[in-house]
Design a protein around this ligand. Sequence first.
Ligand SMILES: [Zn+2]
Length: 268
Amino acid sequence: MYYIDVILFSSWKWEQSTNIAKPPGFGAEPQKAVERAEGTVRKACNKSRQPSTADDDGGLPETSRIWKSTRHKDVSRSARFFLWMLLHDGYKVGGHWAKIEGHEFKATCAQCGVTESLEHILTRCDAPGQDEIWELASEMWKLKTGEDLPKPTKGQIMACATTKKKDVGTTRLFRILISESAHLVWRLRNERVIQEKLPASQNEIHNRWLGAMNIRLKLDCTLTNAEKYGKRALKKDLVQKTWSKVLKNEATLPRDWMRETEVLVGIG
Ligand SMILES: [Zn+2]
């Protein structure tokens, strides 16, 4: 984890930290990749800005805010690294392989027969995974807000930790939902393509997604322990606002449900 922390901390100016190995796939023109990513994030924020989402500053995120977002504590540590790699165009997919002799076949999605891209993997691929996961995310979002969650673009995924919704609870759930869901889509794709496992079944996808959300919920509950975490503890009020309306048997839970060991998200 130290390695990841160092990378995250060094952010996109990693070239100043010459003792750190380049992350895989980090190209020869990092500045261009960084500028491209910033443009994508701003475009995504612009598109998703609607009066109902009430972006508090009414503007597009500053460069510093985009990069800080990859260290935002609303996003789990492993998903932070995933977002950081997305922003840096650090994953080798599609076109990266097209000119590498003997590896050209890796440029194409074996399921769909098109050139792979992160957008394709995360939001368009016909292989089992992304469609099912975004439907589950939408189901949870509907419980929380009464609205469907449109499938995000790659830019909206990259921008999730800078996105604000109508209140702190929905904002935080949105960030958790998007980052964890996208990260799981990516992991399932890697298991299928890199580890050459059979595509996940509908049941497995459902259980893995639910598991990822329950891990975040349990982590939140654990981090409210002020005796253990002191000033770093999460405020119970924030955790309550984040998970209200999406818990299993919520009406029967005690008021201080964060101390319960069996509290789970309530879909499926
Ligand atoms: Zn595909």
